[in-house]
Each structure stands twice: as C-alpha cells, then as structure tokens.
Design a protein around this ligand. Sequence first.
Ligand SMILES: Cc1cc2nc3c(=O)[nH]c(=O)nc-3n(C[C@H](O)[C@H](O)[C@H](O)COP(=O)(O)OP(=O)(O)OC[C@H]3O[C@@H](n4cnc5c(N)ncnc54)[C@H](O)[C@@H]3O)c2cc1C
Length: 418
Amino acid sequence: MTQDIEPIFHPHLWGLTDKQARLCDMARNLAVEKFAPRAAGYDRNASFPSENYVDLAKSGLLGICIPETEGGLGADLKSYMLAAAEIGRFCGATALTFNMHVSSCLWTGDLLDQLAFDAELYQSHQQMRRLHYQRILNEGKIYSQPFSEGSAAAAGFKAFGTTALKTENGWVINGKKIFASLSGHADYYGALCTELDSPDAPHSRRNTMYIAIPADAKGVRVEGEWDPLGMRGTVSRTLIFENVEVDRQAQLMPAGIYPQAASRWPHMFMTLTPSYMGIAQACYDFTIAYLRGEIPGVPPVKRRMFPTKQLAVAQMRLMLDQTKSLWFQAISEARPDPCQESLMRAWSAQHTVMENANALAQLAIRTCGGQSMLRSLPLERLYRDSRCGSLMLPWTAELCLDMLGKAALYKPGESDDD
Ligand SMILES: Cc1cc2nc3c(=O)[nH]c(=O)nc-3n(C[C@H](O)[C@H](O)[C@H](O)COP(=O)(O)OP(=O)(O)OC[C@H]3O[C@@H](n4cnc5c(N)ncnc54)[C@H](O)[C@@H]3O)c2cc1C
C-alpha cells in the first residue's frame, strides 16, 4: 500500500541523492502507516500527537538533523525539508511540531557547522550541543521552539522581551511566549531570550541567547486555551517563565551567535514550509482520487468525465507544479550568505507555498463538492490547516511581499531621502 504512493519529489526526476530519497521514504512510510490514521483524532481533540513522537523516536527520525558524527541521520536543510514535506502530506500538525523540534538540531548542527567562527568557541559549542543530541537520541526527548511574544521580536525587528539574567552558574529566565507549539508536551523549550548582565541593562538584539529550558523546571507554566481553526494538534498555548533558574548546559548556541546565524542563514526561516508543501500535495492527491471514485469509504462514483472537473484539476496541477518547482529551487539554493537573487527567491517560495497550499485546498473543496467536506474525510482539515501557513513569523505572507517589493526597487543602502 505504502509503495503505491508516489513521492512528492521523484528521486530520479528531481535529482535527489540516495540519502535524500532514503529519508523521504522513511518519513513517508511512517506517515502513511502511523500518522495518517491518527490525524483526524488529534485534530478533533486538539491534542498533541504523542504517539507519533514515540514512532519518530523509534525510527531515528527524531535525530534527522543531528550530525552523523554525533549518532544522528545527518540531514542538511534541503534533505530535512524534503522528508518533512512527506510527513506534512499525512498530518500537518505533526510536521509543524516536528519542525520546531528539528530546528533545535539543524540550527545548532549543520547550519552552525557551515558558519566559520572562532575555533575555541566552536569546540565548546560542540561539547554543549552533544548533551542535547544525546538526550534526543538516547532518551527520546523532544525540543520545541517558542520565539513569538506578540511583539516585533519574532519578526526580527526588536530584542526579545524574555530575558536571561546572568548568574554565577547560568541564567534566570523571565518572560512570556505566545503560540508555543508543543507546550505541555516538549521536554525542553528552546527559547530565544535577551541576555542581561544586570536587571536594568538595556535590551539589545546582539545579546540574543538560545536556551533550552527544561519543561519541569520550577517557574515554568503553560497557560491559556487552545481551540484554534487549524493545526490543532500543535497545542500552541502560552508559556510563562517566572524566575526559572537554568545552568550553563542549557545553552543551545554560544552567546551572540543567534543574530549572526539568523542574518547569514536566512533560509533557516523556510523550515516552516514543508508542512504546507505536503498539504498542497495532499489536496491535489485527494481531488484526483475523489474524482476517480477511489476514496475508501465513499461510494465509487466517478466524476472525472465532466469538463469542468478536468479544467479545475488542470488548474490545480498548474498551481502544484509551480509551487513545487519554486520551492525545490529555493531549498536547493540554501546556503550561508546567499546573494540577493537567492534571498528574493526564498521569500517568493515561502509566500507561494503558504498561499498556494490554501488556494489548492479551496479549489479542492470547490471541485470535489459538498460530500468531500464532511469531517469523515481529510479535506476539510487540510483546508483549515492550510490557512495557518501565511501567519507564521518571521516570514508571513505579508512580510514576504514587503521584503520582495523593497528588494526589487531598492539596491542595498539606497533610499529616497538623498
Ligand atoms: C499553528 C501555529 C503554530 C505556531 N507555533 C509557533 C511556535 O512553535 N513558536 C513560535 O515562536 N511561534 C509560533 N507561532 C506563531 C507565529 O509564528 C506568529 O508569531 C503568530 O502567528 C503571530 O501572531 P499575530 O499574527 O497575532 O502577530 P502580530 O505580531 O500581531 O502580527 C500580525 C501580522 O502583522 C504583520 N507584521 C508583524 N510585525 C510586522 C512588522 N514589524 N512590520 C510589518 N508587518 C508586521 C505580519 O504579517 C503578521 O502576520 C505559531 C502560529 C500558528 C498559527
């Protein structure tokens, strides 16, 4: 059954490496067999996909972006994105939360490995990250990525309000993170904070710290309801840190490195897209199967002979091909210090995937018709989940347009004030 499902990106046609093809197969097999049957339940109950994480740990995928030298599967950004899209196809919420977990390894692993920085600092970073990697690989621990605070910080325009006050042995953390996916379910919250030497020191983006706060530490609490439109299994509630004491080992990146990594490795913000690339493919796949009368549990009535359906499917196919091609090209260009042309393509791809996933879901419902949006079928969940992609900071659909327009019209350093 699993073998019948074609990969989103066929290895030969898209020139995937053997390793990329293998990782995609692993992810797709797990998602088809285990995640797809559970997806409706997590969505209905807005509950976290804990069972899926047990499977991810067993398969080794929890360590997909941990370097091979540290015992992980050693996927780089592109390889991870391709594999994660296969998960997004069958459970968007699992793929999105998986991204939050994986980012803690990708950012501290392959992305930092490609940024040459001080040898001594790098050596101490390698030692630090080993502790986190071993927890993931040996104990199945889950990390999350709560950055958003409801201010301009997550968009990269100001310093984080969550603070890490230096102490003799580590830091004291205070602050609040909103939309914290995996809240109450991750073992460690990988939070971005502003490091302070003293309580009244000014906040500066240069002092951004990336710290893994143990979920069971004193002073950590989860607040608020979680009953959203879509991506309900992400359980993205509010996290409060109140005088939480963490030791030096909690550090995920050396002090001051995050702002450098964020500006030199902008493609790292694209890691929110694979969930939605998978959803876009799923909407198309569903529509084809539905019109061919091949959806299990639905009377096998074919609707493919109507010209209106054929035209609609052609329109969907165009949109899917455009989305896949642009996304694949953008993730193939991912590297430190990309040129402006590459960066603009990354914004175009981000905008296209996030908006087209939802546009494809809308077309799918319109084309398949009333019976297709019953809750017993996945299409209405895909429709709701797909709406969330454009809202994700720092590269929301709006901000992508904003950056693209400016970059197209102004050369670096140019302004109209002269
Ligand atoms: C399902 C889901 C899961 C999420 N999980 C996480 C998570 O795990 N970790 C995490 O950190 N966040 C997470 N987020 C949060 C997400 O990344 C955004 O931070 C959040 O959706 C922003 O909320 P808002 O639209 O109310 O923000 P606002 O800050 O009110 O922004 C509203 C809109 O204004 C625009 N905008 C914002 N700032 C500027 C600016 N300076 N200039 C111009 N335009 C601007 C943007 O387009 C934005 O969409 C999640 C969100 C969703 C929907």
